[in-house]
Design a binder for this molecule. Sequence first.
Ligand code: SAH
Ligand code: AVI
Length: 314
Amino acid sequence: MGNRSLSPNFLEDVVAGLSLPQKALPPKYFYDAAGSRLFERICRLPEYYLTRAELALTSAHIGAIARFAGRGCELIEYGSGASRKSRLLIRAMRPSLYVPIDISAQALRGAAGRLRREFPWLGIAPITGDFSRPVSIPYAGKSAARARRIVYFPGSTIGNLTPDEAHAFLRMTRGQVGPQGAMLVGVDLKKDPNVLHTAYNDSRKVTAAFNLNLLARINRELGADFSLRHWRHYAFYNAALGRIEMHLASLERQVVNLGNYRFSFARGETIHTENSYKYSVEEFRALAARAGFLGKRLWLDRNGLFGLHGLSAA
Ligand code: SAH
Ligand code: AVI
């Protein structure tokens, strides 16, 4: 049954999601070991501009970003994955502590090992956790000597939350950084829908493999019998809602067994697996303001595809 201890609600969430009128699965379950590896391959695809754009803008503006964050602070990162962008920040900011938080224990372990070798002076306190629920981060120092906290949330992972979920998440982090703290949030910008469509429908079909791995994971860990060749990756830009939607489409009428449950699918019916919201600068600043953050700085890549917002506690 796989490693259930890390995803105690996996079965319940799958059953609940497949019982909805529009069947859906939470995107956080993409990231088992295979899914985290596939995501790393997505980041290197020519069509998936997000990672390259964010890395480039972070390198180009690292001095100003580090000054905004402040040296010697506690750097807390949500959805840290391979911690590739974080290395740039760590080098420039020399934080007193780095707290990477991720649902993927494997990705977290690999990243922490690499960072320990690269930055032997750095204190690292990884947390395997789910940011869709409150995450408690223990304080490092005594209250008088506590370092300022910076929450880093790169990659436009915030786009995988609905605006309501993003609001709740920002409220939680606002509480964690306190009145002196700040946030750095990577946000993918609204743009030509063709560019977006291509980024989520790459020619090598790695995004398709990433999407289909969710069904393979349900088979592996929960013993379901999804037949993968009867499912197809389907991603499109929903302009009215400002988001890429990823679905898995059933190629024929079929029944899937999962323990004592049976789920029927009509031909062409879909399982909605992910949203990836795109925000204009003003839209994101308004969302952050509702959660108690002031949009202080914005760094863009040279093609204006992706933004890194510097938010301070309002
Ligand atoms: N920050 C990296 C990785 C982004 S991929 C980058 O910018 O490239 C999204 C990351 O968030 C993955 O590592 C995934 O495991 C993690 N993640 C997704 N949903 C999560 C959740 N609910 N709680 C914690 N981590 C989550
Ligand atoms: C992690 N997250 C920001 C990615 C995105 O672009 O929404 C996940 C992804 N889904 C398909 N490709 C990449």
